[in-house]
Structures are given as C-alpha cells and as structure tokens.
Design a protein around this ligand. Structure first.
Ligand SMILES: [Zn+2]
Ligand SMILES: [Zn+2]
Length: 285
C-alpha cells in the first residue's frame, strides 16, 4: 500500500466527526489577543499547535479524542523483525501524538476514559477536559491499555474513577525493574480492578490481549471500534508495514509485530490509537 492509499483509508471514518469547535474557538481567541497583546504573545501562540479536541460520534456513543501532547518519532527507531521485509524507509521521521479518549454513552450519559496521559503537571489533559465541559468527577472508569507513564501518569487526577488494568500487565510490571518508578502514580493493588482477558465489562467494552509492546498490552473493543493503545508508534509506517517494531519501546519486537498483523486481519472497523496522529483514527476495512 502506498502513502496515498494509506491516507485515503486513514481519512475515511465510520464515526462522524461532529465538530472541532474547540480548536476553532481557540483560533478566534488567539486572533483577538493578537490585536490586543504585545509581541511577547507570539512565543506562547506557537505552543498552541497541540492540545486539540475532536468529537467523533455514532448512534451509541460520543468519543472525545483529546491530544494532550504532540511529537515526531525518528525513523531510525523502527526496524523490521522480518528478514524478508522488502520495504526500505525513506522518511526521516514520522508524525506522532499522545491521545486520550473519553467515551460518553448516549443511553445514560456515563463517561469512561481510555488511558489518562502523563498527569496534570506534564500534559494538557486537565485544561482540555475543562474546555470540553467534562469534569474529572464525571469519569466513572479508567481503562488502562498498559503501564507506561504516558498512559497511567494521570490516574491520581481521577480519584473517583474505578481503575481497570489487565492482571497480566500488572503482574509483569511488578517484576519489571525498569518500570518501578511508576509505583508513585499507581493506586494500591487492592483498590484497582485487575481483570483477566475473558472477563466482560457491563458497559459492552471488551479487553483483548495484544502483547509485545508490553506483556499484557490491551486493546479495548466496543462495537466496531478498537482502542489500540501502543500497537503502533508510527502509523504511517507500521500500518502498511506491521513487521516494523520500535527498537526501544516494544519490549518484545517479534510479538509486537505479530499483534499488529493479527489486528489488521481481525479488528475490522475503526481504530483509535494513543500515538496515531491526531485525532488518532485509522479505518481498518
Ligand atoms: Zn507504551
Ligand atoms: Zn504510549
């Protein structure tokens, strides 16, 4: 698949993008301020190119895709695990993002969140939730795809929400010396719901093991929507060429590549990824 075909798929959405009004409002505010504030504003304005909200809807839910940070990933960090892979990278780097997703159920207004960013001191999630009119207390549950700082750093900002993590991921983390610094961000074990992959949640959400990036990396599925977490860090490269793993981030590169291939073959619908360029959507037909 070439880049043009990728972009075509990338842009066709099952979910309808309702509005990007928050970004639009922000542009108006910025324009007004440019006329009224001195030149020092220019520096602040340049940081406004991240921190966006996109609202995606279908008949059952409203999904807020919230970009809490923006980045680019160097091409040199990606290598194929398949010795027969013929694709050679030409790009120097790839667009990336840190996206957090809020699902609002239309039936009862209940809100749940998939991952929760780096935490209030380090990203824009709190500011953006305020802009979207979503109080922290209105989030009833946090579903964690895996235990890395950009996914669990915000847990403490949602003291009322129930935290769900795959037992396999939690157990693997407990014995992983490289990730122990995350203990400051976690709740005590007995206060979280550590689930097994065959468990079903009452809201229709399902958890699917999609390991490789971490041992218990979890994809959450509802209807034909898949929250793929860190299945990919450079969608432009890894969606068409799933054998390319991140040499630093994917703990088991072979397994991560297998998970990406399996996802392409079996997760038919719309994907929402934590590091897929904002708003994080990929259509997998
Ligand atoms: Zn990760
Ligand atoms: Zn991540």
């Amino acid at each position: 698949m070439n880049n043009r075909e990728f972009l075509k798929i990338y842009k066709s959405l099952l979910l309808e993008r309702e509005k990007m009004n928050l970004l639009f409002n922000r542009i108006i505010v910025v324009l007004v301020m440019i006329f009224t504030v001195t030149a020092t504003f220019a520096a602040e304005n340049s940081s406004e190119d991240f921190g966006k909200i996109c609202i995606l809807t279908n008949k059952d839910y409203k999904i807020y895709s919230i970009q809490v940070a923006h980045s680019r990933g160097a091409a040199s960090n990606f290598e194929s695990v398949d010795p027969n892979e013929e694709f050679k990278q030409t790009a120097e780097d790839y667009d990336s993002s840190v996206n957090v997703f809020v699902i609002e159920f239309k039936s009862d207004g209940k809100r749940i969140m998939i991952d929760c960013g780096f935490g209030a001191e380090k990203d824009k999630l709190q500011e953006l939730l305020k802009e979207a009119g979503i109080p922290n207390e209105s989030i009833s549950d946090l579903y964690i795809t895996h235990m890395h700082l950009d996914h669990v750093g915000g847990i403490k900002d949602f003291p009322k929400a129930k935290v769900h993590i795959a037992k396999e991921e939690y157990e693997a983390w407990k014995t992983d010396s490289k990730r122990q610094n995350l203990s400051n961000f976690m709740r005590p074990q007995e206060e979280m719901h550590l689930f097994s992959f065959d468990e079903e949640f009452s809201n229709g959400l399902k958890a699917i093991k999609c390991a490789g990036h971490t041992p218990g990396h979890t994809v959450y599925n509802i209807g034909n929507i898949y929250f793929i977490g860190d299945l990919m860090h450079a969608a432009e490269l890894q969606y068409p060429h799933p054998s390319f793993s991140h040499i630093k981030y994917d703990m088991n590169r072979e397994e991560a590549a297998k998970s990406r291939k399996l996802a392409k073959d079996t997760f038919h619908g719309e994907w929402l990824g934590a590091h897929v360029p904002f708003p994080g959507t990929i259509m997998n037909p």
